[in-house]
Design a protein around this ligand. Structure first.
Ligand code: HMG
Ligand code: MG
Length: 297
């Protein structure tokens, strides 16, 4: 079916990277396969960052080797540098996501690099990935507010975005890392990004710190965004951003889009089944609004 919105599932990476319980390799594989069964076509399976920095993601190499790959599904992994890219290539991951912040202090905290150093590192990593025939997504974090620096100049975000796309990234994902954006601010920023880069090159990545993520997604949709990130069960958060809460839950996002009459490839029931498994079998605390309602039906 032709979809009106594209949905990008980050739960197996962003959703799990901040959990105190480290999932086993088998649990991570089961989660990814459950999401694909639910019709997810873009899934971030983990990250190849330093295992000391994010122990929850230490076994991504093994996860990548174990998952049964389905035709038409893009399996992504987050890579911070060339070393991460090497690990991705060795595990046969062909879709990689590079990342940096819009603000100096969060970039330093998350990547141990200045913005200029990260711009150079992302250029090297993106070009090396593209040269191997890989597809690259580029995240910009703290686009609507930084835990250390407060307000962010959105023009600066657009300039960084321009540079990351020029390096060869397929698209950007605009990260509201600590859920600081108001819906009007998110819609305004997203509208500018879509106008400047085109609808296929802009994704929105919301964290639901203030309970405004669904409202922000709705206004962003009206402002032209058609590619949205979500984490099943509303899990997630950046371990190096104080105050970061879970991502906008995939099922809340898909439910919102269906309520707007949009066509979405991912099954709402299928997503809720994964949340149910995470909650009942794995024992994680899930945070979506729609899942408890689904269970009560
Ligand atoms: P560093 O300490 O500066 O690393 O950390 P380094 O370059 O100095 O290297 C030190 C050692 O680490 C070396 O080993 C390297 O080989 C090794 P040694 O020579 O000492 O034996 N190393 C690695 N090992 C495995 N995998 C690698 C790797 N790179 C170097 N990839 C580094 C720099 C980038 C590694 C570190 O800061 C890091 O791993 N940061 C990742 C933090 C992270 O994962 N944050 C969460 C994800 S981002 C996010 O959540 C935001 C997002 O969701 C969007 C949003 O919400 O806004 C995407
Ligand atoms: Mg995030």
């Amino acid at each position: 079916m032709d979809a009106d919105i594209r949905f990008f599932e980050v739960g197996p990476r962003d959703g799990l990277q901040n959990e105190s319980r480290v999932l086993s390799c088998d649990e991570r594989v089961a989660m990814i396969e459950g999401l694909v069964k639910a019709g997810v076509r873009d899934v971030e399976i983990g990250s190849f960052v330093h295992p000391r920095w994010v122990p929850q993601m230490a076994q991504t190499d093994e996860v990548a080797r174990q998952i049964r790959r389905e035709e038409g599904v893009r399996y992504w992994a987050l890579v911070p540098n060339l070393k991460g890219l090497e690990r991705a290539a060795a595990a046969d991951v062909r879709h990689v996501a590079v990342f940096m912040s819009a603000t100096e202090a969060h970039n330093q905290s998350n990547l141990n690099r200045s913005l200029d150093e990260s711009l150079a590192a992302l250029k090297r990593t993106t070009e090396a990935a593209v040269a191997q025939g890989m597809v690259v997504r580029a995240y910009i974090s703290t686009v609507f507010g930084c835990p250390f620096e407060g307000d962010v100049d959105f023009e600066r975000v657009l300039e960084i975005g321009e540079e990351l796309l020029a390096n060869g990234a397929e698209h950007l994902s605009l990260g509201d890392t600590i859920g600081a954006g108001t819906p009007l601010q998110v819609a305004d920023g997203c509208g500018q990004a879509v106008e400047r880069f085109g609808v296929d090159r802009v994704a929105l990545h919301l964290h639901d710190t203030q309970g405004l993520a669904v409202a922000s997604a709705l206004l962003a949709y009206q402002a032209g965004v058609r590619l949205f990130d979500g984490a099943v069960g509303g899990m997630g958060g950046c371990p190096y951003a104080p105050g970061a809460a879970g991502n906008l839950a995939s099922e809340d996002l898909v439910n919102l889009m269906l309520s707007m009459g949009a066509r979405v490839e991912t099954s709402l029931d299928g997503l809720c089944e994964v949340t149910d498994w995470l909650s009942e079998q794995v024992g994680l605390t899930t945070r979506s609004r729609y899942y408890p309602y689904w269970r009560s039906q």
